[in-house]
Design a protein around this ligand. Structure first.
Ligand code: SF4
Length: 313
């Protein structure tokens, strides 16, 4: 918001880009923000190659599974293509030097500009006076004197600037990205470390349910509510589904489950026992579970209780 307003103060026309990945997790206010700022907004998603950098980032990760430097390079590569498509002259971002530990250290800002091949077509108006002058500044398209030298994690100067520009509804500081969350990151690392190729379907499933690892090749996901139960069933029917069975309680109220990995008797018993663990009011002698088109009697055992869970959310 601030970067756009700074450009508008200089009479520069701006188009806004909002990047969304499958890990974007908070409520999106970008459409309203764009309306308030009077700019056109384009939402850009990620392609499946984004998952390659999540699995194996070149420039490391933050505290969670977040590969922020690689992610920003990826985003700016897309922004560059968009810039050429619409005939824009340069890119502006709201990054602040030193604001985020993983991707906004000065060295990282340089890396991102270099590896996205934007070099000095990438202007950070909030910290520009601390950085080398970019082409738009050298050419006089932008008046460097009217840019800022904000640095560090404090939001004080940013909030002052927002007030100066009359911006309302200042968003709270949040990455809006599940990859920075410790619990979610645990599931990401578990998926990346498990054998076989993890695809988009597997990553999408990380957002749903409680995840339990049974063995290296096998895990079970339990729905936490009716909506998640539906999502699990839907995911199981998709053409690229990696699940091998879907489970539903037959004569009691409880969660549905998805099995990913070999459909062995032991894995089926494990999934059924987990369902009982998260259910009430079932008959301990006759708790029936539908496994695809088959009905089994799930007898609760202690195995589920003793096995380590990889995520309890
Ligand atoms: S927090 Fe998430 S979306 Fe933001 S740069 Fe890092 S990995 Fe990318």
């Amino acid at each position: 918001m601030l970067a756009i307003r700074i450009m508008q103060e200089q009479g520069i026309e701006v188009e806004a880009l909002n990047f969304k990945t499958i890990f974007t997790c908070c409520q999106d206010q970008s459409a309203q923000t764009a309306r308030d700022l009077g700019v056109r907004l384009t939402v850009v998603g990620q392609d499946d190659d984004y998952l390659d950098l999540v699995k194996d980032p070149q420039f490391g990760r933050g505290k969670g599974a977040n590969p922020c430097v690689d992610c920003r390079i990826y985003m700016f590569e897309k922004a560059k293509r968009f810039m050429h498509q619409i005939g824009a002259d340069f890119i502006v971002s709201g990054e602040v030097a030193g604001q985020r530990p993983m991707s906004q250290k000065r060295r990282d800002l340089d890396r991102i500009a270099y590896h996205s091949d934007l070099e000095d077509l990438l202007l950070r108006p909030l910290s520009a006076k601390l950085l080398r002058p970019t082409l738009p500044e050298r050419e006089g398209w932008v008046d460097r004197e009217q840019l800022y030298a904000i640095e560090g994690r404090s939001r004080k100067r940013l909030i002052e600037l927002a007030k100066k520009f009359g911006l309302k509804d200042i968003p709270t500081p949040s990455t809006g990205c599940s990859l920075t969350e410790p619990k979610f990151s645990k599931k990401v690392f578990d998926l990346i470390d498990s054998p076989g190729e993890s695809r988009r379907w597997d990553f999408e499933l990380l957002k749903i349910g409680r995840h339990f690892r049974y063995d290296t090749h096998t895990k079970v996901i339990l729905g936490r509510d009716a909506a998640e139960n539906d999502q699990l069933r839907y995911a199981h029917q998709l053409p690229d589904a990696a699940s091998t069975a879907v489970f539903a309680p037959e004569n009691f109220a409880g969660p549905q489950a998805l099995l990913i990995g070999p459909r062995t008797d032991a894995a089926i018993a494990f999934a059924a026992s987990l369902m009982l663990r998260y259910s009430r009011d079932y008959d301990p002698d006759n708790a029936l579970v539908r496994v695809d088109d088959q009905i089994i009697n799930a007898i609760e055992n202690d195995r589920a209780k003793s096995l380590e869970t990889i995520a309890m959310m």
